[in-house]
Each structure stands twice: as C-alpha cells, then as structure tokens.
Design a protein around this ligand. Structure first.
Ligand SMILES: [Mg+2]
Length: 340
C-alpha cells in the first residue's frame, strides 16, 4: 500500500474547511443562485464572498466538528467516542457552533445533560448529513485498518444520528478519504466498487445505492442530479429544483460525484459540489475532504485557503499544524491505536 504524504493529510483538512468556507455564503440557496455564484465568484472572480455577519474564510459546524475529531484523536492517540461526544456537547452548549442541524443540536443537548454517547443520537427516521459531513478525518486515522475505519465512522456518527443511512454515509465519506490517500491515479470504477463494498458491511442494501455512482460519473452535473433524484436518493423534482436537502444519502452521493467528475481539479470539484444548490457547505466539505486527500495541499488554492478562520481562531496555520500532528502520530511515530 502506498504511504500517504503529509501534504495529503493537510490537504484533506484544509480541502474540507475551504470547501465549507466557499459553500457557507450560499448555504440553503436555490440552484440558480448557487450556479451563478460558482460561475461569477469562484471560477471567474477571486472567490471572496462572505456570508453576512462573517468574514470570508469562516467555516461552519461541519469543519468545526471535524477539527474537534482530530484534536481528540491527537490528544488520546486513538478515536475515543466519550471524549468526542464531550467536545460536540461543549461546542454547542458554549454557543460556538456556526450553523448546525436540529438533530445534532438536540443530541448535543442530551449529551450535555449526561446521556451517554451511544444513546444520545437523534433516532430514525431523522437522516440528515450531520454525522457524515465530519467523518473525513476517520479516513486519515484508519486508512490502512478497514475494521477500525468502519467501526469508528459508525460510532462517531451515532453520537448524533442513529439512523442506519447516516452510519452508511459516514462510512462512505471516511472510506472515500482513505481510498483517495493511497490510490493514484484514481480508477473511478474501482473507487466506487471499494466504497460500495465498504458500506455493504453496514447494510447490504447500501451496496446497490452507492454502486449506482458508476452510472453517473460520466454525466454532466444536471444529468447526474436528475438521475439521483429519479433513483430516489435525493428529494425534489427537477422541474422545480431548489437544491439538495440535508438528507444524508443524496448529499454524500453528490459530494462523491463532485470529486469523481473532476478528480484532478480541486476548484472544479468544489464548484460542482456547490452549483447544485441547497445544503452546499456540506456537499463541498465532503468533496473537499476527498479531493484534498487525493491531490495534497500543493494543489489547493493557497490564495483562498490563507483566509480560513473560525472567528479569529483556528486559521490556516493552526489547521495545518493539527493535520501535521495527526500525520506524525499515525505515520511517523505509528502511535495511533486501532479502534476495535
Ligand atoms: Mg454547516
């Protein structure tokens, strides 16, 4: 197996945070608004539009929670659901979360009241993308240990989301990051096959859902989303398309599609993730975590990434150092314990 470089660990975290920061200004906006934003601001312009009340570079709960996941792992030298649950509860109860879905907020409040991590998650049929969006770092931690990857992706997810589709989405995101770390150049059909098999371990029927990506990767975005809608994996009607809802399956599939559609170009991947409209900070987070893991930090737009911030803290330098700390623990010192 190919040994990942430190630039790929950094690229995955920065790639996710920057995707978040680029999607955040138009989160929840409909397709035409997002399509124009991508064309005029990201592709043609300097990309520096901020969300009202925030400076450009602010990322949201998706990346705050991924950052906390890495912090916990670096401190405890493995994934520890008790510690991660405490960090989720703290972020929300201290009012520091930027955005955030209802299911995550409700679970965070239960955690803060002392409910254990494996009981606090919002039950089915609530199936938002809140647990999948933060699963990228699990792919960095356990890219070479399939059992730990599946278990940790699942367990980090159920802290807030207990629907099995959320666990599947979480495994798909972590698995995609892991695959992108050690396979270059990318074989897109093999990628889809591997991820489908991985989610099949959680639930056999998910293998069929995720393997349909193979039919869409050659399609242009508009045709791909129509196919995803007609398969029932995203809600809505193309005739009156407003954008992706936060439903986990469609969101994760779209993030993966955005990467597979242009695996060699980070900004094009992020643009595809965002142009579709709706919950686009999260689609861009998922696409960005995979793309950054594949391409490495050297292929990401540094002129935009240097603006990353969480209200004046945790900017480009600190995030880079955090990814390096994880790399040193996992690859150089080999001190990261399996999660089994
Ligand atoms: Mg968000």
């Amino acid at each position: 197996m190919r040994l990942p470089g430190s630039g790929q660990f950094i690229g995955s975290l920065i790639g996710q945070c920057l995707g978040d920061a680029l999607g955040f200004p138009v989160e929840g906006q409909p397709y035409p608004v997002c399509r124009d934003y991508v064309q005029e601001i990201i592709l043609e312009g300097p990309g520096l539009r901020s969300r009202p009340g925030f400076v450009f570079g602010q990322y949201s709960d998706d990346s705050q929670l991924a950052r906390e996941l890495i912090l916990s792992c670096v401190e405890l030298k493995s994934f520890n659901p008790d510690d991660y649950a405490r960090r989720i509860a703290d972020l929300f109860s201290m009012g520091n979360a930027v955005g955030g879905g209802q299911a995550t907020l409700d679970a965070a409040l239960r955690l803060a009241q002392g409910v254990p991590w494996n009981r606090a998650g919002t039950p089915s049929p609530s199936a938002g993308s809140g647990s999948a969006m933060r699963a990228g770092p699990i792919g960095l931690m356990f890219y070479d240990e399939t059992e730990s990857l599946i278990r940790a992706a699942h367990d980090q997810g159920i802290i807030t989301h207990r629907d099995i589709r959320c666990s599947i989405g979480s495994v798909a995101v972590a698995g995609s990051v892991a695959y992108a770390l050690v396979n270059k150049p990318i074989d897109r059909e093999d990628f889809v096959r591997e991820i489908s098999q991985l989610v099949g371990v959680i639930d056999q029927s998910a293998e069929v859902v995720y393997s349909s990506l193979t039919d869409w990767i050659e399609l242009e975005p508009i045709d791909a989303i129509r196919a995803i809608i007609s398969s029932g994996y995203a809600f809505g009607d193309w005739q009156d398309w407003q954008g992706l809802t936060p439903f986990v399956t469609g969101t994760v599939l779209w993030g993966m599609y955005a990467f597979l559609h242009s695996p060699e170009n980070y900004l094009k991947t992020i643009s595809t993730a965002i142009e579709i409209g709706g919950d686009v900070d999260t689609t861009a987070v998922i696409a960005g975590a995979i793309s950054g893991a594949y391409l490495g930090i050297g292929s990401l737009p540094r002129n935009l990434a240097i603006y990353l911030t969480d209200r004046g803290t945790w900017g480009y330098g600190e995030l880079t150092q955090l990814a390096m700390d994880l790399y040193n623990l996992k690859i150089l010192r080999k001190e990261l314990s399996p999660y089994a």
